[in-house]
Write a protein that binds this ligand. Structure first.
Ligand code: ATP
Length: 590
């Protein structure tokens, strides 16, 4: 396939915000793609060269691209800069500078060239990267160059998410959505849409059934619903297995002999950041191969206390791991076993998975890897007592699970329910919101050019972000400045296609960052689109403030519109017991 076809389809995708139309464009692009190249196209649509859990670093910044572009266009650097300034987008500048028909560049060749750019390391990497990019651009037409430059910048931004790719794949292969559910199931097990596309096109939809968990490929995390009280939990779920809810970092552990890897729930490979856990896994896990689900936490050995989420995440920063290791040792609480020695456990009941997990982990009191404790009960009073005990220990609450449930990868279901102390008092649970833009404002911070953030929940069914609040507090001045810098880096001149908003902020920003936000309550509001249907008002947050950044979440992992509606009904159900307004909530160290 020539890259021209891909570039034209990208242009058509950019030209519409209608989901159905976008999915149609994608489906016909898939149909036109040779079978062996479908996986590559799927990765490129995500701005990548492989699935999300593989590293991607082109190692080129803007200055670098300007040099390569000047070289390809035989123009001076200042000329490139001038056009870039005029266009406000380096991709558009490349298009103007390289006007012309291109040379029928092949999509596969372009993909390979991009891979070579990413792979070039070592002393002369810079020159080699420039030469490859410059050659690639010289062989491209203007439109093709637009997208090559954006891919290299990490700014392809077509508004095409996983769900749309899955829709389009089904359309392309069978002409309708009838294999969409099978695609999603396979995706939740292997997290690699490229692989799925390849299997679909080469072996057909039935071959998807053969996709099984495999060490090294993260499985999408099962997620929990919310319920307000132990009584409601037992009424709805019957007897449950209840476990402490740790406020740490969700990590999936993959062991293959001595090779141990860790993945976050946004599918990042963070192995390098947890060396002591990898070592512990080699020593403590008795099987050759295993995939374990759990929560990592730092603890203070002097007090025996577990430290909050933020400190766990701070460890993730690449530098100073050793120092952090000494100051804050890690614990990993394993709560599920998804795969062990060639046995797929995701379809087995929780009770069996748990039994095998206990047999797998060899442990003494002070070992880094522990298996979460648990009780099984059908008595609301016993559940309440267990809950109170955990909260007294400083934990968030409980996660209660249906003993006979399978592991629902990638799904938020009532197989798992979180019962948090935040629901107990009059306090609300926090929500995680994607930032879609900012307003300059008039107050004190207007001098910094940022007054409030426009924040949104996610609606996975329509793959859109719907606004719920403007946030003006909770960050320090330094954090506001940093926030502005980050949002400016992702600014777009018009509303991103996947954002549904009635409010027009001063600056639109491509959804990328997630903030955890505490608010006093959820109210109905005509100004926000969250939960809005027809002329009915939507939902908004009252007195929102930022609690922390959620680096571990992608924007698509933000609280969903549906969860807000559920929280709203829980809130109105407990309204009678709510005599006063209380500020605060789950506290996390800054
Ligand atoms: P929250 O912000 O409330 O932690 P979340 O959006 O990060 O929620 P949820 O799926 O809603 O994620 O809540 C479940 C999370 O709780 C899991 O992702 C996991 O990180 C954490 N957790 C802590 N202890 C447990 C446990 N024993 N079993 C399952 N999950 C647990």
């Amino acid at each position: 396939m020539i890259i021209r076809q891909v570039a034209e389809a990208f242009q058509a995708l950019e030209g519409t915000t209608k989901r159905l139309e976008m999915s149609r464009i994608l489906a016909s692009l898939f149909r036109a793609t040779p079978k062996e190249e479908v996986d590559k196209l799927i990765y490129i649509l995500d701005g990548r060269l492989g699935p999300p859990y593989t590293a991607l670093d082109f190692g080129v910044d803007e200055k670098f691209l300007i040099v390569a572009l000047a070289d390809a266009a035989r123009a001076s650097r200042s000329r490139v800069e001038e056009i870039y300034k005029k266009k406000g987008d380096l991709g558009l500048a490349a298009e103007e500078l390289l006007r012309g028909a291109g040379r029928g560049l092949n999509f596969r060749e372009a993909f390979e060239a991009l891979s070579r750019v990413a792979e070039a390391t070592g002393p002369r990497a810079h020159e080699r990267k420039t030469a490859i990019i410059s050659d690639l651009l010289q062989r491209s037409s203007g439109l093709e160059a637009r997208y090559i430059v954006r891919i290299l910048q990490g700014r392809l931004r077509l508004g095409v998410g996983d769900a749309m790719v899955m829709d389009a794949l089904s359309e392309a292969v069978v002409g309708d959505r009838s294999v969409r559910a099978d695609i999603e199931r396979a995706y939740s097990i292997c997290s690699d849409l490229g692989l799925i596309g390849r299997i679909l096109f080469i072996d057909g939809p039935r071959a998807l059934e053969q996709i099984r968990p495999q060490v090294g490929r993260p499985i999408l995390s099962a997620l929990a619903e919310r319920l307000p009280t132990p009584q409601v939990v037992i009424d709805k779920m019957g007897p449950v297995q209840a476990e402490p809810k740790y406020d740490g970092l969700r990590l999936q552990l993959h062991k293959d002999g001595d090779n141990v890897r860790f993945f976050t729930r946004r599918l990042e490979d963070v192995t390098g950041m947890f060396p002591e856990l990898a070592k512990a896994a080699r020593q403590q896990l008795k099987s050759e191969r295993a995939i374990v689900d759990g929560e990592a936490l730092v603890y203070n050995p002097e007090t025996g206390e577990y430290l909050p989420f933020q400190i766990t995440v701070r460890r993730k920063r690449k530098y100073g791991i050793e120092e952090m290791e000494l100051r804050y040792p890690l614990r990993y609480f394993a709560f599920d076993l998804l795969y062990v020695d060639d046995q797929d456990l995701t379809r087995k009941p929780l009770t069996q998975r748990r039994r095998q997990l206990e047999a797998l982990v060899q442990r003494h009191v002070d070992d880094p890897i522990q298996v979460t404790e648990q009780i099984t009960t059908g008595d609301p009073k016993a559940l309440e007592r267990y809950f109170v005990d955990q909260v007294a220990l400083g934990l968030e609450g409980l996660v209660v699970k249906k003993p006979d449930s399978t592991y629902q990868a990638g799904q938020r279901s009532f197989n798992w329910v979180k019962l948090k102390r935040a629901y107990r008092a009059e306090l609300r649970d926090t929500v995680d919101l994607a930032v879609v833009g900012y307003l300059v404002g008039k107050g004190k911070r207007a001098q910094f050019g940022i007054g409030s953030l426009l924040a949104a929940v996610y609606d996975p069914e329509h793959e859109r972000f719907r606004t719920i609040t403007k946030i003006g507090s909770g960050l320090t001045e330094v954090e506001w400045a940093e926030m502005r810098r980050m949002l400016d880096e992702n600014r777009t001149p018009t509303r991103p296609p996947q954002v549904d908003s009635l409010i027009e902020p001063d600056v639109w920003s491509w959804p990328k960052y997630v903030l955890e936000v505490q608010a006093d309550e959820i109210t109905r509001s005509p100004r926000h689109t969250c939960g809005k249907t027809g002329d009915e008002p939507g939902y908004a947050l009252r007195f929102p403030r930022v609690v922390t950044f959620r680096w571990d979440k992608r924007p698509e992992d933000a609280t969903t519109e549906k969860e807000i509606l559920e929280m709203y009904s829980m809130q109105t159900a407990t309204e009678v017991e709510k005599p006063r307004r209380v500020a605060g909530g789950r506290k996390r160290a800054a």
